[in-house]
Design a protein around this ligand. Structure first.
Ligand code: ATP
Length: 372
């Protein structure tokens, strides 16, 4: 859905051709993307790739050097932040320490000149939404980090913003609270139908929360897609390596056939493109690698391998393997506890590995510099 959402109808937000530089440093280059009404979009990328700068430009807190921002049919490129009516939540809770929960939340409504009864009913609605009923008299210091961030979220959505902008809202919280709050934010966003953009460097957070992910690198958009598209069919080696783990093998493409070590097969879709010619990198996720008994290797489809390491990672095991038929390449295979029950493996074991050919992602060798 990159580009025009529905033919004819303007998207809720259209960011077009945004450039931003700080002195001679180019922080954003020709960034273009659409956000549809009600969508939850995540900007994902490593530190310094320009995610926050892009969010700040959308908020109106930073001015772009080139490009435009439209909301529906209105050009908002030059509107001051307050007139955009967007709600913003940053990583630090940024609550007023001397105001209690109630005062912090209604602070967002201060310019609305609402009758007291309406403010009260809005407050109670919000307290319910963030699951903090009965805490309105508490001060920030009396709340946990997760609770403080929920109050900050309520303050951001109190004025019913047209768009909610979240800049790493969960990164200051510990892992358990973070996962819980992810779900709460997503539920609340869905319930309110609130169009939301969230910045994160955490791929798991982006994949688990977003309707669509905007993967960024060095100030440019690398790929826009659903979490499953980003994960299963990355469009660049950078996205492949940033989102999840990848086994990467040198390969060669000639006349539409991919050769990886002793294996040769047609380049799988959607990687059968003109760029994938000659030397390439063939990538396969560790959970796609299947292990089997060593006596299954006769067919040539299943390659002999040896287990060199075994790591227990809680919900799965990660085996490291050496595969002679792939030029002694080292690779990882992720094994569920069910896999381990079916075929228990130990360090030093000889096994067979089965690499599903249709699951390979293929990129030109020239992209190898993208992996850090
Ligand atoms: P992080 O998660 O670390 O904040 P990010 O992807 O959000 O990363 P930005 O904060 O957007 O990155 O910054 C992008 C680049 O622009 C960085 O290299 C940063 O140092 C630079 N930058 C951002 N703001 C300014 C500024 N006001 N002056 C100079 N350089 C800046």
């Amino acid at each position: 859905r990159q580009g025009n959402g529905h033919a004819g109808a303007a998207p809720f937000l259209r960011v077009a051709g945004i450039d931003k530089h700080f002195g001679s440093f180019q922080a954003l280059s020709n960034v273009t993307l659409d956000v549809e009404a009600g969508e939850f979009v995540c900007f994902l990328g490593p530190s310094g790739c320009g995610k926050s700068t892009l969010l700040r430009i959308i908020a109106g807190l930073e001015r772009q050097n080139a490009g435009t921002i439209h909301s529906l049919d209105q050009d908002i490129s030059d509107l001051p932040p307050a007139q955009r009516q967007f709600g913003i939540l940053f990583q630090s809770y940024a609550l007023f320490p001397n105001l209690n929960v109630r005062e912090n939340i209604v602070y967002g409504l201060r310019n609305r000149q609402l009758p007291a009864s309406e403010i009260d009913s809005r407050l109670h609605e919000l307290l319910e939404l963030i699951d903090l009923k009965g805490s309105e008299k508490k001060y920030p210091a009396q709340l946990s980090g997760g609770q403080q961030q929920r109050v900050a979220l309520a303050r951001a959505i109190a004025p019913s913003p047209r768009l909610l902008l979240l800049d790493e809202p969960l990164s200051a919280l510990d892992a358990k609270v973070r996962v819980h709050l992810r779900q709460q934010i997503r539920d609340l966003q869905r319930r309110l139908g609130l169009t939301t953009i969230m910045v994160t460097h955490d791929q798991e957070e982006a994949l688990s929360m977003a309707d669509r992910v905007v993967a960024m690198r060095d100030g440019e958009v690398e790929q826009i897609g659903t979490p499953t598209a980003i994960y299963h069919t990355p469009r660049s080696l950078f996205v492949a390596g940033f989102v999840g783990k990848m086994n990467i093998f040198p390969g060669h493409v000639k006349a539409g056939r991919l050769t990886v070590g002793s294996l040769a097969f047609p380049v799988p879709a959607p990687y059968d493109t003109p760029e994938n010619q000659g030397d390439v990198l063939a990538c396969l996720r560790p959970e796609q690698v299947r292990l089997c008994a060593p006596d299954a290797t006769a067919s040539g489809e299943i390659l002999p391998a040896q287990v060199t390491h075994l790591e227990f990672l809680g919900s799965f095991w990660r085996a490291s393997l050496i595969v002679p038929a792939l030029g002694n390449a080292e690779m990882s295979a992720d094994l569920s506890s069910r896999d381990m029950a079916d075929l228990p493996v130990a360090v030093g074991d000889h096994v067979g590995v089965c690499l599903p050919r249709e699951r390979f992602a293929v990129f030109p060798l020239a992209q190898s510099g993208q992996i850090r």
